[in-house]
Design a protein. Structure first.
Length: 174
């Protein structure tokens, strides 16, 4: 192998390594989930049956004090439109898409979750202080992409259990 070939080879390896490296900021890695299997969901029947029916969306208190949030991303909104979680508590996010590829981000944080149709994306989040965050789609998903945003409200930990179930699930009901 002469030097020119070696240089070309090393350059190719470097470029190939850069592709996954630029994706590391995404805490969710759909390819790994795909390889692991067991995260499949039918985007067409999301609203009809299974984990992502409307009554199951929103924030749910788990027995260990953490919460689980289930959401659907679709052109051009996140459902529920307003989610509410307690501060300083682990938040297990489960989200899928009804159509295109979206990316759920929370303003002022590094969290970014890629959302694909047919797959459940999971992420572990935690918001240390009460406050309001805009949830913004950061993956171009069509004509309404730039308007695809909703809201996350973080309430004091002790306040959360006192809220009505409807408010916990969707703070637009407040
Ligand atoms: Cu959804 Cu951009």
């Amino acid at each position: 192998m002469n030097w020119r070939k070696l240089r070309t080879f090393l350059l190719t390896v470097l470029v190939l390594c850069l592709i996954p490296a630029t994706r590391y900021y995404q805490i969710d890695v759909p390819l790994l989930q795909f390889l692991k299997g067991s995260h499949h969901v039918d985007p067409v029947s999301l609203h009809l049956s299974g984990e992502f029916v409307e009554s199951n969306l929103g924030t749910e208190q788990d027995s260990d004090g953490s919460v689980t949030v289930r959401m659907i991303a679709q052109q051009y909104l996140f459902v529920p439109h307003c989610i509410l979680v307690p501060a300083g508590v682990p938040v297990h996010l489960r989200i899928t898409s009804a159509d295109a590829v979206h990316s759920l981000t929370f303003s002022g944080t590094d969290y970014a979750v890629k959302v694909l149709p047919g797959t459940i994306s999971e992420a572990q989040l935690e918001f240390s202080r009460p406050g309001e965050y805009k949830t913004v789609c950061r993956e171009f998903c069509g004509a309404g992409h730039y308007a695809m945003r909703s809201e996350l409200k973080v309430v004091p930990r002790e306040q959360f259990p006192a809220l009505r179930a409807a408010e916990r699930g969707n703070c637009a009901a407040q």
